[in-house]
Ligand binder design. Structure first.
Ligand code: SF4
Length: 375
């Protein structure tokens, strides 16, 4: 799902950051989200109702690409025949490539105007990904210590000692992109079902290692809502991660053009809003999935809190913002990933505080009305 598929969330001009050559590989080069490239002034552009991202999302890059084959992912091996690795869209947007030297120099020179509250290194399944992540991390924490680093890990290539080493190199938060919340969905979308090397148990082992090594509030998991699980199933997984001391970073399933799941429907908006709200109560209000009630199809019918409490949280809007690693405010994600899982004319994860008109539409979506939010 590149920017060409829906209304352009970003108008930009990219001098030479698009022309990728076989030499462009990590650790000398990194890819970054379009929002980060705009915030850093590497490319010119505007984003709908927001001027920046507060997280410099970086991605290790190699011309031969990711060796895994996740069904919903823009970087997956099955896209080899479709487009050059450089041009593959990832979570709905392009990821321009730049020299790491320049990225660091620009941040140190204040080109982001101090808006980056976090940097994140996303790993892929590639023989060099571990070592290059160590190099990128070590250099960042030495040269830009003021901006904390998250690691979006690839457990398939990692051992426990690697997590310890990243901690030692200054990683602040360690995150596991579990994505698929049940063993069956995981195997179907990331494992044997798509001839891909990932295993559900290994991902959980990495989450448990992270709880032990990084400690409470300093690790988390990415969960995708809308890949066939019920609301109860994804919230029970969220509870399990919260009980270990971690946080849940939610993504609404949005079909990526060219992926094996491009014909799978985007997540139902009512489902997504209920899961967003329940996840927020579990992660930040010490509420438990055990206190919530579900109907026969696993849909939330009671959030286990008083009506006025629920009303207060909805009116605040924070539950419907992008969930991710925090910046200056613990409950608000620095990693606001503008339009990473929805179009700007129909926002699912808000990269900014929802306005009153947005909240009115969100309430209607929770009641099952197919309304759009975000204009
Ligand atoms: S939430 Fe954002 S910053 Fe945190 S690991 Fe995920 S992509 Fe990185």
């Amino acid at each position: 799902m590149s920017t060409t598929q829906t209304t352009q969330p970003v108008q930009f001009y990219r001098p030479n950051y698009h022309v990728k050559t076989p030499q462009m590989r990590s650790p000398e080069y990194v890819q970054m989200s379009t929002a980060a490239a705009i915030t850093l002034g590497l490319v010119a552009g505007k984003m709908h109702r927001t001027s920046c991202t507060h997280c410099l999302n970086l991605l290790v890059t190699y011309p031969e690409g990711c060796r895994a084959n996740c069904a919903y992912c823009g970087l997956a091996r099955h896209r080899e025949e479709a487009r050059d690795y450089a041009d593959r869209n990832f979570i709905r947007v392009d990821w321009p490539t730049a020299r790491y030297d320049e990225v660091i120099e620009r941040v140190k020179a204040g080109s982001d105007k101090g808006r980056f509250e976090r940097m994140c290194i996303s790993m892929i399944t590639h023989p060099n990904s571990n070592d290059d992540t160590f190099v990128l991390l070590e250099r960042w924490t030495r040269e830009v210590p003021a901006v904390p680093v998250s690691i979006l890990s690839n457990p398939t290539t990692l051992d426990k000692d690697d997590l310890i080493r990243m901690r030692g190199l200054g990683a602040d938060i360690f995150t596991v992109a579990l994505d698929a919340v049940t063993p069956a969905i995981f195997d179907r979308t990331r494992g044997r079902g798509v001839d891909s090397p990932h295993h559900y148990d290994k991902y959980w082992q990495a989450i448990e290692w992270a709880a032990e090594i990084y400690g409470a509030e300093k690790f988390g998991a990415h969960l995708i809502c809308g890949m066939g699980e019920t609301e109860r199933e994804i919230l029970e997984v969220a509870q399990k991660i919260r009980d270990l001391g971690g946080h849940n970073h939610m993504f609404a399933f949005f079909p990526e053009r060219g992926s094996l799941m491009e014909d799978w429907p985007a997540v139902d908006k009512g489902q997504w809003r209920r899961v967003q709200l329940a996840r927020f109560l579990i992660d930040y209000r010490a509420k438990r999935v055990d206190d919530m009630a579900f109907d026969e199809s696993g849909r939330v019918v009671d959030f286990g809190v008083a009506k006025e409490v629920l009303e207060h949280e909805i009116a605040a809007g924070t539950p419907f913002r992008t969930s991710g690693c925090p910046g200056k405010n613990d409950e608000v994600s620095a990693c606001n990933r503008p339009y990473g899982d929805s179009s700007p004319t129909d926002i699912l994860s808000f990269p900014f505080a929802p306005a009153k008109r947005d909240l009115a539409a969100i309430r209607r979506q929770m009641d099952g009305k197919p309304v759009k939010v975000g204009r």
